[in-house]
Design a protein around this ligand. Structure first.
Ligand code: C2E
Ligand code: MG
Ligand code: MG
Length: 718
């Protein structure tokens, strides 16, 4: 069956349920009334026959009695022959028998039985009495033995009694026939009324049933319609499909197919929504912490910014950066780092503040958007700062992981928003700038965005642009700072880069090296330094007083970790023709951090070329004897910060002594940098430091100048 046809039946069913039984009732009622009418008609016609019979019988018996009387009287006065008397006798006898039969017939008619069976019997008996005397009179007359007059008189008396009685019966029969007619008519009326009421009752029942069926069908169709509506609106939550499920589990019915189709559709829709939800979560939520990601944060911030601009109520964006998170990753593995990030997210998620949205911006950076702080800028700033302090308090609590407690410091950059003209990207940039400043100031610092920061940021961007150009336009040069032995005699030099900026003049590496490291530009810059240093070594080969000088070149961690670094160094040596054992690479502890095995292997490869190594800025990082022992180092370089205040800081003295002792224990040469005074030199010399570098001996100068200074007599220690 086609669905459309079966659905048509669903709609027609309530109508059919009323019409068909109604038709049936009508037919049955008509049949019943017809049968009753027929019965009435037969009853009436029977009664009428009985009455007609009664009337005819009365007349007949009167005529007969008259005739009998005449015959019997004639017999008395005239001498009739025996044959004649016999004929008359037969005639009278026959007629009387006929009348007797009629009376017997009458006595069994339903009307007279209905009136009273006794009346019929009495009537019969009266007639038979009469008939008896007539017969006796007739017999007497026929046989001519006695006078029939006596019998005739008796018959006459009985005739009168019979006539009276039959008239009375006739009247009663007429009365009874009228009653019976009225009763049967009443029965017909009652039948019609009963039929009508039964019909009305059944009709009412049918209409109620049909209405109930129609209501149920309507309910189901409404349920189906609601389900279709819900399925068609992808933003609406899907209602429970219990009713549809029940419908689909029915044994038959057209709606079963629709319900089954809807269930299939619902399952597909659920799968689609689930997939959509997953895609949405992937696009807008961070998989590690399940916090909104940067994309979603941006959308939240756009809405917050719009509301804030409309209501003129300040909101704030807090940019949170975990300090030195690398230490956790490198020291405990990335999974530990991930767990800590999850803990941070959990703690931030527990922050209770109305209109506060927390998200993960990237790596170890989180963001919080706070709406509706205050209309007054100072008040809003106060509230935001208070909130940031709570965040700091929350995140600097120890983190328990793998049986150890870990402590974190965080830096927070805050920016308030309300005024128009600022975009979401601007706000993120400002907050980021503020967090950079916070990082530079102190531990767990909270800093608001300041326009001055912006200026610094822009200057940085400009510097980055110029730095890229500088590589192309070869604006770098190397200066050299002499390194001396215990007697102040030159033993080598450190190559230090300088940038000759076309408009800003000479720029110190302290300004551009961190930027170069951040942007990755340190890699091409470092390559250039290596090539230039090798060329300088070759140039010094030409002079006796410089040909023994060992040249130290600073190598940044990023540069050292380049996969082709070993080849690059060997290529620089080969291309220039420099002697490898005169080249010394200065590494910092950040090079080794987290990549100990790789670093050791690479250092060995380079050492195999003849190159030596110094650990620069020693004492400032997370020096660990454990790895220091394993690194194929030749020299450690005491950081100038410990040398600077040697004459007044006992701690620095202790550190310097320890570093020297450590170097000796590990069989490494120790060089001190930042030696500015003879006192520095003397102290270091007294504590068996091996070599020195500092302004006291020589400032960083051009190669020719340094070569010239090498010829000068060494300074006096005394
Ligand atoms: P560094 O390797 O520790 O270099 C020593 C720094 O101390 C140099 O600063 C030098 O001029 C300075 N210095 C030397 N003696 C004294 C002294 O007696 N007193 C004071 N106050 N300072 C002294 P510079 O040249 O500004 O270099 C700064 C840093 O920049 C270097 O520290 C090094 O880390 C980095 N750098 C310099 N050139 C290069 C390079 O070619 N490549 C890389 N990757 N980094 C470089
Ligand atoms: Mg150095
Ligand atoms: Mg140094």
């Amino acid at each position: 069956m086609k669905p459309t046809r079966s659905l048509l039946i669903v709609f027609l069913l309530p109508i059919l349920m009323v019409l068909l039984p109604l038709f049936l009732i009508l037919v049955l009622a008509t049949q019943a009334i017809k049968a009753q009418s027929l019965q009435n008609y037969q009853l009436q016609s029977n009664d009428l026959n009985t009455l007609v019979q009664m009337a005819t019988f009365d007349r007949k018996i009167s005529d007969l009695h008259q005739r009998i009387t005449e015959v019997l009287n004639r017999v008395a006065v005239t001498n009739l022959s025996a044959m004649q008397r016999y004929t008359e006798y037969n005639f009278i006898n026959q007629e009387l028998n006929k009348v007797g039969q009629s009376i017997d017939q009458l006595a069994t008619s339903p009307l007279i039985l209905d009136l009273s069976p006794e009346s019929a019997v009495t009537l019969q008996r009266a007639f038979h009495q009469y008939q008896l005397f007539i017969n006796m009179a007739n017999g007497a007359a026929t046989l001519n033995q006695s006078d029939p007059g006596f019998f005739l008189q008796e018959a006459h008396n009985h005739f009168s009694t019979f006539t009276l009685f039959s008239q009375q019966v006739f009247e009663e029969l007429t009365e009874r026939a009228r009653d019976r007619h009225r009763d049967s008519y009443q029965v017909l009326i009652d039948l019609r009324l009963t039929t009508l009421w039964i019909g009305v009752g059944i009709l009412a029942l049918l209409i109620s049933t049909a209405a109930l069926v129609a209501w149920r069908i309507n309910n189901r169709l409404m349920t189906v319609g609601d389900a279709i509506l819900a399925l068609s609106d992808s933003h609406k939550k899907l209602p429970d499909f219990h009713a549809i499920k029940r419908m689909s589990q029915r044994r038959s019915g057209s709606l079963k197919r629709v319900a089954k189709a809807l269930m299939t559709f619902r399952d597909a829709e659920l799968q689609r929504r689930e997939a959509e939800h997953k895609v949405h979560r992937l696009a807008y939520y961070d998989t590690l912490t399940e916090l909104p990601n940067w994309q979603l944060m941006k959308e939240h911030l756009a809405r917050s910014l719009e509301t804030s601009q409309q209501t003129s109520v300040y909101g704030a964006l807090i940019y949170i950066d975990v300090d030195d998170f690398k230490r956790i990753n490198d020291g405990n593995g990335h999974s530990a780092g991930d767990t800590i990030l999850q803990h941070i997210a959990e703690r931030l998620g527990n922050l209770e503040h109305e209109g506060c949205t927390v998200g993960r911006i990237s790596g170890d950076e989180f963001g919080i958007i706070i709406d509706g702080l205050a209309s007054d800028q100072h008040e809003a700033a106060g509230k935001a700062e208070l909130f940031a302090e709570q965040v700091c308090q929350l995140l600097t609590q120890p983190y328990y992981l793998n049986g150890n407690y870990h402590f974190l410091n965080i830096s927070q950059g805050l920016v308030l928003f309300s005024c128009p003209g600022k975009s979401v990207d601007d706000l993120f940039q400002y907050a980021n700038a503020a967090v950079h400043i916070a990082k530079k100031t102190e531990r767990n610092a909270i800093r608001f965005y300041d326009p001055a920061i912006q200026a610094e940021l822009e200057a940085r961007a400009e510097l980055e642009r110029d730095l890229r150009l500088a590589i192309e336009q070869q604006e770098f040069l190397l200066v050299y700072q002499m390194q001396v032995d215990n007697l102040g005699r030159p033993i080598g030099a450190e190559a230090l880069i300088r940038w000759e900026h076309p408009s800003r003049g000479r720029i110190s590496p302290g300004v551009f090296i961190p930027l170069a490291e951040e942007t990755g530009l340190i890699v091409p810059i470092g390559s250039w330094v290596l090539r230039a240093a090798c060329e300088q070594l070759v140039a010094w080969q030409a002079f006796a007083h410089t040909k023994e000088l060992v040249l130290a070149v600073n190598v940044s961690a990023k540069q050292f970790q380049q996969p082709n670094f070993v080849q690059e160094v060997s290529h620089a040596l080969e291309a220039s023709g420099a002697t490898p054992h005169l080249l010394k690479l200065e590494l910092t502890e950040s090079t080794v951090l987290g990549k100990v095995e790789e670093t050791i292997e690479r250092m060995h490869q380079l050492k195999a070329l003849g190159i030596s190594f110094a650990m620069d800025d020693f004492g400032t990082g997370y020096s660990s004897l454990q790895y220091l022992k394993r690194l194929p180092l030749d020299q450690i370089k005491i950081d100038q910060s410990f040398v600077r205040d040697l004459h007044q800081d006992t701690d620095d003295r202790a550190i310097v002594q320890t570093i020297i002792a450590m170097g000796r224990a590990l069989g490494l040469s120790v060089i001190a940098e930042g030696v500015e005074t003879v006192e520095h030199w003397r102290y270091l010399n007294e504590h068996q430091c091996h070599a020195y570098q500092g302004y006291y001996f020589c400032k960083p100068v051009a190669a020719e100048e340094m070569a010239r200074l090498c010829l000068a007599p060494p300074p006096e220690l005394a």
